[in-house]
Design a binder for this molecule. Structure first.
Ligand SMILES: [Zn+2]
Ligand SMILES: [Zn+2]
Length: 187
């Protein structure tokens, strides 16, 4: 069975080199739906708590919220960094609080201090799905990701490994020592 969680991401981007309106900088509220598949965890009678799916995803994906997402070869990137630098906000600002940990994968690098994500490929809805799967595949048994942004939507399905041990008391993933980080249950 599947547990399904949804979260919103507000971001600005553009499709560099694309012959259409989307080559101009613009913004979206993107809606991300993550479907986690596994057996029912008998102890709690659920596959995985949806608020935990959200929490796990948000920990990394908040770097995309109120962020600018640009492709690595986009000439806007050095131009924007120069403005942020001159303004003194490139390496952070006291009001920039909602930051996730910086991350770097093959597809994306997050710079939380200036709310910027630099991507290898154009950040279409398809591109975002690839980035999200890559970031979360070891943390959640993801069976499907759907991403909707304006009139664009895409989804991808995956075969799950179902190798994440879950706490029988609160349903969340046990840590590498077989201990629940929330309630302290030990396997
Ligand atoms: Zn767009
Ligand atoms: Zn627990």
């Amino acid at each position: 069975m599947r547990s399904i969680a949804t979260l919103d991401l507000q971001y600005a981007h553009r499709f560099y080199g694309f012959k259409g309106e989307a080559q101009y900088l613009h913004g979206h509220t993107g809606v991300l739906t993550i479907e986690v598949e596994d057996t029912i965890n008998e102890g709690v009678n659920m596959v995985f708590p949806c608020n935990e799916i959200q929490k796990t995803a948000w920990a990394l994906l908040k770097n995309f919220d109120h962020a600018l997402i640009l492709r690595e070869d986009d000439p806007l990137l050095p131009a924007i960094l120069e403005v942020y630098e001159k303004q003194g906000i490139k390496d952070g600002a006291p009001t920039n609080k909602m930051k996730g940990p910086a991350f770097k994968t093959e597809l994306a690098t997050a710079y939380p201090d200036c709310r910027l994500v630099v991507t290898k490929e154009t950040m279409t809805v398809e591109g975002m799905i690839k980035i999200v799967y890559d970031l979360l595949k070891e943390k959640l048994n993801i069976a499907k990701i759907t991403f909707t942004s304006g009139v664009n939507a895409a989804c991808a399905e995956y075969v799950t490994k179902n190798n994440i041990d879950r706490c029988p008391l609160c349903g969340i993933a046990l840590n590498e020592n077989g201990v629940c980080p929330k309630c302290g249950y030990s396997k």
